[in-house]
Design a protein around this ligand. Structure first.
Ligand SMILES: Nc1ncnc2c1ncn2[C@@H]1O[C@H](COP(=O)(O)OP(=O)(O)O)[C@@H](O)[C@H]1O
Ligand SMILES: [Mg+2]
Length: 320
């Protein structure tokens, strides 16, 4: 059973001075029940825009988000809380995503889909599920540590009994020991509840550790996608290779990548041909004019290097 399918999703922003930014420019991916799909890529490549589109907080300009084959309408068209929210999001900053003026129990209750008389018991169950005492229900967000607050945010997301959690840099704002604990909590929820999880992070090492499938995003597109071990041991896209090579030299909280030349181009001015060509160490003439060939399959890549005949032609050019 496939839980979440994203098909050719586009998210665009129109802002004064900058023009049209194609933040998500044709992304397709699937998250199965009980599966962790890791989404990696530099800051500004569109990860959060995709996350918000998936949970309906950002409209897609085209494309489709579907659960078990049924299209998910944007948030504005459905209730903001309630049983129909099968896609839930966990944000980077649990302080900003929780209301400081309402008790933890009240905030979790908002998302519940159970009869009133069962709410107290259900809140206690959810708190326990995320490793907190039932008494936490009466307290307020500021009375918790960062890691505990993220547990509260996760309990609130689970209240609606979602099928898929979208976690956008869920541990980036936490200290190292809380990071490990929250990662453990999220992975055990996937195992125990059969949730699907789209796990977004700029931390490639962490994604390698927990994700079944890894998707690498560059300037609004997935450039490589496949089983994590394959992407890791046989990266096919020069961007992925550079990210992996840069890994031992950066600490977990540093921003990727170190080994790449130049800046990420502005999403309002995407390069012609292959969008990675301005920074690619292996750029060929065809990359300037033609969008990359997509070699599909379990391990997909969008790059002319993956096309044998182009490689041969380019080698002959070089020899002349
Ligand atoms: N609300 C917005 N309005 C206009 N531009 C935005 C908005 N949110 C993000 N962007 C732009 O979209 C691109 C992708 O941003 P984002 O999705 O936040 O990337 P990431 O999460 O990978 O850092 C960037 O160029 C960013 O400046
Ligand atoms: Mg982001």
């Amino acid at each position: 059973m496939s839980a979440l399918t994203v098909t050719e999703a586009h998210v665009e922003y129109r802002s004064r001075g900058r023009g049209l930014v194609r933040a998500v420019d044709g992304v397709s991916l699937t998250v199965q029940a009980g599966q962790i799909v890791g989404l990696v890529g530099e800051s500004g490549c569109g990860k959060s825009s995709l996350a918000r589109a998936v949970v309906g907080m950002e409209p897609v300009t085209s494309g489709e988000i579907a659960l078990d084959g049924r299209p998910v309408p944007p948030l504005g068209w459905r209730r903001r809380s309630g049983p129909d929210l099968r896609l839930q999001m966990v944000f980077q900053n649990p302080y900003a995503s929780l209301n400081p003026r309402r008790s933890v129990g009240d905030q979790i209750t908002d998302g519940l889909a159970v009869p009133r008389e069962e709410q107290g018991r259900e809140v206690a169950r959810l708190l326990e599920l995320v490793g907190l005492e039932p008494e936490a229900a009466d307290r307020y967000p500021h009375q918790f540590s960062g890691g505990q607050r993220q547990r509260v945010a996760i309990a609130r997301a689970l209240a609606a009994r979602p099928d898929v959690l979208v976690a956008d840099e869920p541990v980036t704002a936490l200290d190292a020991s809380s990071q490990a604990q929250i990662v453990n909590l999220l992975t055990s929820l996937v195992d125990d509840l059969g949730l699907g999880m789209l796990f977004i992070s700029h931390d490639l090492a962490l994604v390698r550790e927990i994700a079944d499938v890894t998707a690498v995003m560059y300037l609004g597109r997935i450039v490589e996608h496949g089983p994590t071990e394959q992407v890791w041991s046989q990266p096919r896209h020069p961007y992925t290779r550079t990210l992996i090579e840069a890994l031992p030299r950066i600490s977990a909280d540093a921003h990727l990548p170190v080994g790449l030349r130049g800046e990420v181009p502005d999403g309002a001015h995407v390069p012609t041909g292959c969008r990675f060509r301005t920074r690619c160490p292996a750029v060929m003439p065809i990359c300037t004019t033609e969008p990359p060939v997509v070699v599909d399959g379990e391990h997909t890549v969008a790059c002319w290097l993956a096309d044998e005949s182009t490689l041969r032609a380019s080698a002959t050019e070089g020899a002349r």
